[in-house]
Design a protein around this ligand. Structure first.
Ligand code: RM4
Ligand code: MN
Ligand code: MN
Length: 427
């Protein structure tokens, strides 16, 4: 737990400089006819969930190097998310992955989360591995897929797991389930491409029928890995077909790492928004594939353009979607990594809000490409850092989140408490 006074103490040395920067930035915006207060307010309202499975160090098939003091239980994971929120003020919920996290007493977890100022965001099901809790103690296996599996007993187990995740989510106060499927094939001829899709839709229909009326179901696409020839829900088109085949409570979730190289993700966002099937986001950045790198660390301009489409969809503000940071860090302290990603998102949101939508529409109507691009770049190049820092400060969080985590010695204290060898469940 990081008490607000300790964060405030971390802010004191930075305060004078921060206030001077803020004043300069606000004056600059005023000359452009923009009220800094409006942007700060919008940034204060923004929050993105932390994934419960990325609070420990991630690994690859070549190895994993634990960071020390990783959370050993779901309760400790909640404490870590609360610590991130203490410094960002924008991590007010946590997303659980079942059965990596399988609370025995959901009511107690819900209360513990609430006492830490956290809500439970979208639930995630897992039929991409064999876990005793999902395979009836090993009676079935997801080796050849879950909903697309040729064996009806496996398909049934996949439905049972997903409906159980919904039931658990209801007890936790969640409102959505995100379904990412590994279903697919590695070899041409291994299965029938069309039949696989139809089976996935059939299985998802049963899960959909189990949704409470105030719930949403998100289909999350990904082109490859672990299937390396043909993944069933490979792209946004497939994802949209699934959502449309299910009903109005089904929407698509866009994970920024789940696109083939050079895909125009902002255009995908615009398409899904156009048909009101945009439900959620998994933010991260990537250079090659599903790299799970820090948000905005590789292509911040693309992130800005994506968030700009979101703001356009929201009619000038961020729409209320299920935002989550989905990344896994192999070398940094995962809490610092998630804090950095959150700050990057705040920057992108701030920049996107600065875009002069009216002037942009005029430029577009006049076919003025130079002006249209200049309007976007003018917003992107503006330093919104002081506005984001002020939003964090007003939310009781840190001017410098990573500096604050280090300043209060959070990791050191966790290593002392949990041990250097503690390893979290998750990726
Ligand atoms: C997948 C996908 C899912 C996440 C798993 C762990 O690539 O991004 O959202 O739950 O990884
Ligand atoms: Mn994801
Ligand atoms: Mn992924």
């Amino acid at each position: 737990m990081i008490e607000p006074e300790r964060v405030e103490a971390q802010n004191t040395t930075l305060l004078a400089g921060h206030e001077a920067d803020l004043e300069a930035v606000a004056a600059c915006l005023e000359r452009r006819g923009i009220d800094a207060e409006v942007v700060i307010g919008a940034l204060q309202a923004f929050s993105a969930a932390a994934p419960s499975w990325a609070l420990g160090t991630g690994g690859t098939r070549f190895g994993r190097f634990p960071t020390g003091g990783e959370p050993r239980t779901l309760e400790e994971k909640l404490e870590d998310v609360a610590a991130i929120n203490a410094v960002t003020g924008a991590t007010r919920s946590v997303s659980l992955h079942v059965p990596w996290d399988l609370p025995r007493d959901p009511g107690a977890i819900r209360e513990r989360a609430a006492s830490l100022g956290l809500a439970i965001d979208a639930m995630n099901s897992n039929t991409f591995q064999d876990n005793p809790e999902t395979t009836q103690d090993g009676k079935v296996s997801f080796k050849h897929g879950s909903f697309a599996n040729p064996d009806p007993a496996v398909r049934e187990a996949a439905v049972a797991h997903n409906t159980a995740v919904i039931d658990l989510g209801v007890e936790l106060g969640s409102r959505a389930i995100t379904i990412w499927l590994a279903d697919g094939i590695n070899h041409p001829g291994q299965a029938d491409l069309r039949r696989q899709f139809e089976r996935v839709l059939e299985g998802l229909r049963e899960v959909y029928a189990h949704l409470p009326p105030d719930w949403e179901l998100y289909t999350e696409h990904k082109p490859f890995e672990p299937a390396f020839y043909a993944t069933v829900n490979a792209d946004w088109g497939s994802s949209l077909l699934l959502a449309q085949g299910l009903g109005p409570q089904a929407k698509c979730l866009v994970d920024l790492g789940h696109h083939l190289p050079n895909a125009n993700i902002e255009q995908i966002v615009a398409r899904l928004a156009m048909v009101d099937r945009l439900g959620g986001f998994h933010f991260n950045d990537s250079k090659y594939g599903d790299d799970d790198l820090t948000v905005g660390s590789i292509d911040p301009y693309q992130l800005f353009l994506i968030v700009r489409e979101l703001v356009a969809y929201g009619g000038g503000r961020m729409p209320e979607l299920a935002y989550m940071i989905d990344q896994s860090c192999n070398v940094k302290d995962p809490l610092e990594d998630i804090a950095q990603s959150t700050v990057a998102l705040q920057h992108a949101v701030g920049q996107a809000l600065l875009v002069d939508g009216t002037a942009l529409a005029v430029a577009q109507d006049e076919g003025d490409a130079a002006m249209g691009e200049a309007i976007l770049q003018r917003a992107f190049r503006f330093d919104v850092g002081p506005l984001a820092a002020e939003a964090r400060r007003r939310n009781g969080a840190a001017i410098d989140p990573v500096g604050a985590l280090r300043g209060v010695g959070y990791r050191r204290a966790r290593i002392a408490e949990r041990g250097a060898a503690a390893v979290a469940t998750g990726l």
